[in-house]
Design a protein around this ligand. Structure first.
Ligand code: MG
Length: 277
């Protein structure tokens, strides 16, 4: 009986061991099978696969409210007009400079533009319609910033400046319009006498060697911090008369308009630009 009991215990242990080994083999076989099946499928995606670490964007110190950031080219900071020339003959600009602001010299030598030329950029500019402004329609605080000055006079691409606070005019000619092309999305104009701002992202048109258009110009603009032009595609230069068309250029100055209307001249301050690739 004792022998029989022992052999029963041994058989039980052998069975338990065999069973455990069997399970182990099965698990190994399962893993092997999974590996074979996995070879035919793409590797499992990881969060790191979509992380981009380089190149690291340059650090830029933001300015205090309305001040130029550290990598900006300051075009006007109230001290002088050294960055500007008359469009007409490229002589030094002589708009009125007083109390850190410059004011359009009406009846003078006309539009002024930057000495520097630009392609794509971010621009900040502040202007003020005088509180004693008179006139109506297009003859009330008319000026403009030409995002690319492609020639004399008003040649180029104008983002309109006008008193559009209670002043009716054609909507594709009101403040923050792309003149005769792009109607602003809203009208966030401030009252005459208050400083206002434009922040503009300008994507210059690109031309083929034969002068034909490769890609059009685009503009995104904020007027007093409010979006007014959202990646708007231009049809060409902004013309007073006729349909717009493109004219090949490479780099161009930024131009400010001395409009010929009889209303009181407007003023500018704090103009800076950041070149973009
Ligand atoms: Mg104008």
């Amino acid at each position: 009986m004792t022998m029989l009991r022992m052999s029963f215990r041994l058989r039980t242990r052998f069975l338990a061991l065999f069973f455990a080994l069997g399970i182990g083999l099965t698990a190994q076989q399962q893993q092997s099978g999974q590996a074979k099946a996995g070879a035919a499928q793409p590797p499992r995606a990881r969060p790191q696969d979509t992380e981009v670490w380089e190149p690291v964007p340059p650090i830029v110190t933001p300015g205090s409210v309305d001040a130029a950031p550290s990598d900006a080219i300051v075009l006007f900071d109230g001290k002088n007009l050294d960055e500007w020339v008359y469009t007409r003959d490229k002589s030094p600009a002589r708009w009125t400079l007083a109390d850190g602001i410059m004011t359009v010299a009406k009846g003078g030598a006309g539009n002024i533009e930057t000495k520097r030329t630009f392609r794509n950029y971010q621009l900040h500019l502040e202007f003020r319609i005088p509180s004693n402004i008179t006139g109506t329609d297009q003859a009330r605080g008319n000026s403009g910033v030409f995002l690319a000055s492609t020639g004399p006079g008003d040649a180029g691409y104008e983002l309109q400046i006008l008193d559009s606070y209670n002043n009716k005019t054609y909507v594709n000619g009101q403040a923050a319009s792309i003149y005769k092309q792009g109607i602003p999305l809203v009208n966030p104009a401030r009252k005459p006498g208050e400083w206002q701002s434009y922040d503009v992202i300008w994507t210059a048109p690109v031309f083929n060697a034969d002068g034909s258009l490769k890609t059009p110009a685009y503009v995104t603009a904020l007027f007093n911090g409010v979006l007014v032009q959202n990646h708007f595609e231009l049809q060409g230069e902004t013309l007073y008369i006729g349909k717009p068309f493109y004219k090949k250029y490479d780099r161009a100055p930024i131009k400010l308009q001395a409009h010929g209307d009889a209303s009181e001249p407007i003023s500018f301050r704090n103009i800076w630009v950041r070149e973009l690739q």
